[in-house]
Ligand binder design. Sequence first.
Ligand code: ASN
Length: 302
Amino acid sequence: MVNVQESLKVKREVLEISSEIMSESGQFLRKAGFIEILPVIISPITDPLNHSVFDASIDYYDGKYSLTKSMIFHKQLAVRVFPKIFTFSPNIRLETEDKKSTGRHLIEFTQLDLEVKGAKRDDILTLIENMFVEVFKDVDEKFGQIIRSMNPHFSIPKIPFERVKYLEAYDEYGPDFETILSKRATEPFWLIDIPIEEREFYDRLDGDGKVLVDMDLIYPYGFGEAISGGEREYEYEKILYRMNLKGNDHETLRWYLDEVKKGIPPSAGCGIGIERLTRFVCNLKHVSEARLFAKLPGTVSI
Ligand code: ASN
């Protein structure tokens, strides 16, 4: 158990910066033609993820609701209605205790999740690069002095970010390449073309059948993963094939599969962890210092 005092021990300036990050990124996206939709907290379908977490579901009458692990499927459906959407989406992932000390994991966190109908991966990379510059400039203008007192490395990111191919990095540096490259880097960089076995079924498979048209953004100075996203599969047969490869149960995702059968548009998008971004800007040891009421893996707190 973590006591309430601990849950409230977050610097006031950090909260102000986090609030500004959310405000400015929302403003940037609205200017770029996006609308903000409300988050979905419970649904019969949610992201199966590529790693296992404890179940977070609720029996309800003759059905079952899951707490949202990510809004991926709702995003793919939402772009049927409006082509560019974003939401500040609370995600629940009941991670195992070993993730407590990574510095990057909370069992409840918020991602700025966005999706664009008809977009390609490159469109999303450029959008995010421009958004980062805008947000960093804004927080610098408003909180530059306090940020620099916490973070001697703070700077406006230089775009375009470097694009590193997953398998090339793996070959050169071995299985720990992400940590090695993140520690060595002084600017955020993209990790692209992630192998099929490392990801969920919904990111689009490239023609070679081995890597996906997707990406992670990695922060420098050892802060690690910031964003994940990609182009999406949208054709029924391909989605079934990918689900079968992963062993995803069709019945669990029936609501989604029925809609895919009717037709969902091609799209691309990504999700940006707000606590991780705040942590990076403010140079915090752990994401738990980036929000109030943080919930660490393996603990219970308010
Ligand atoms: N939000 C991510 C995406 O858009 C998915 C995730 O969080 N697992 O690809």
